[in-house]
Write a protein of this length. Structure first.
Length: 243
């Protein structure tokens, strides 16, 4: 039986007992429905993972005892920065969840002309917290011990002005270059740019190409933005990663 994993952001030491924070408590009791004496694993999001046992359960407090450190490494050899055009609700959540499962190292949500959202500073902060929760849950599920950071949403033009290191790839259905024709990425570093629903417009795609992004297509069929994220990352991991 698979041992459940729970994110715990503080430092841990073998033999100690720790109280779970509110998020972890709700996950352990209400979602996983673990009982006293149940085995679980805690990971800190920075690479460390520990075997633990559920020690006490109270109405508003749960304690676990740390038993041993687990050596568990599943990070991809590729370092992938994903620039993801912001799409509506569940589509964006799905894209981020699957990107984490497929090994991305960092996620940058991007505001483009066709992004179907209007984010004030307050709404952007709320959305960012929600996305962080999606990413943490994905790491709990897929076995990653490093939680990839997600940036505050930013305009595409700002993203294109960054000094990117690595092979810069733009998903563009107007391109005739297949993804498999890309050159080998230097130092296994890639930056992948994917538009929202409807993709980037012609002007945005041209700006990306002027910033040294190589346009590629994912075949003759039109993919939804969240499908394109999964397809592109899967193909890149198959070409140069660990699939």
């Amino acid at each position: 039986m698979r041992v459940p994993r729970v994110y715990f952001p503080l430092s841990l030491s073998i033999g100690s007992s720790v109280s779970l924070d509110e998020r972890a408590l709700q996950y352990v009791i209400r979602v996983l429905r673990l009982r006293l004496g149940a085995q679980l694993r805690l990971f800190d999001g920075r690479g460390a993972e520990y075997q633990a046992v559920l020690e006490t359960i109270e109405k508003r407090a749960v304690k676990v005892r740390i038993l041993e450190r687990i050596e568990h490494h599943v990070e991809s050899p590729l370092h992938i920065i994903l620039g993801q055009g912001i799409s509506r609700g569940e589509r964006m959540d799905y894209a981020l969840q699957k990107a984490v499962e497929l090994g991305v190292s960092r996620i940058i949500p991007l505001l483009t002309e066709r992004s179907a959202v209007n984010l004030s500073a307050e709404r952007a902060e709320k959305r960012l917290r929600h996305w962080q929760g999606v990413i943490i849950s994905a790491c709990e599920q897929c076995g990653r011990n490093y939680i990839p950071p997600v940036d505050t949403p930013r305009p595409l033009a700002d993203f294109l002005r960054d000094d990117h290191r690595g092979l810069a790839v733009l998903l563009d259905p107007r391109s005739r270059r297949p993804l498999k024709a890309l050159p080998l990425p230097l130092d296994n570093r890639l930056i992948v740019l994917i538009g929202p629903e409807g993709g980037l417009n012609k002007g945005e795609a041209k700006q990306a190409q002027q910033a040294d992004f190589i346009g590629v297509c994912l075949g003759p069929r039109i993919l939804r933005t969240e499908t394109a994220t999964v397809a592109a990352l899967t193909a890149l991991q198959l070409l140069w990663g660990d699939l």
